[in-house]
Write a protein of this length. Sequence first.
Length: 136
Amino acid sequence: MERPVVTVAALILNSKGEALFVKSHKWGDKLTVPGGKVEHGEKLEKALKREMKEETGLSIKGIKFVNVQEAISPTKYYKDKHFIFLDFICKATSTKVKLDKKELHYYEWIKPKKALKLNLDRFTRKLVKDYLRKIK
């Protein structure tokens, strides 16, 4: 029996208060945030740092937990999966993004409030809203 996939993702902020948004063919080309699977035996913070480095080339710091979300067979995902999303915010140590080109094919730094007006996937939209509520 296949189990839920535990993933980590982050709203990565730069020094201007902009967040890194990306596009992946896996999510129907909607704007999302970088993230990926937690490996067996891997601590969450280590998984987050690894995934951010692999997908964006960025090192991160100042990691803070934001929320947990669940997606069972999300319609925009290219496969039938059950996900547990653990969402964080963090700061980029530089803004030199180098996409892996396997998972992600587009990026843009956008102010989180402005991003809410764009074509975000629903899980990213919730992450951004929860982040904006917490910083008020």
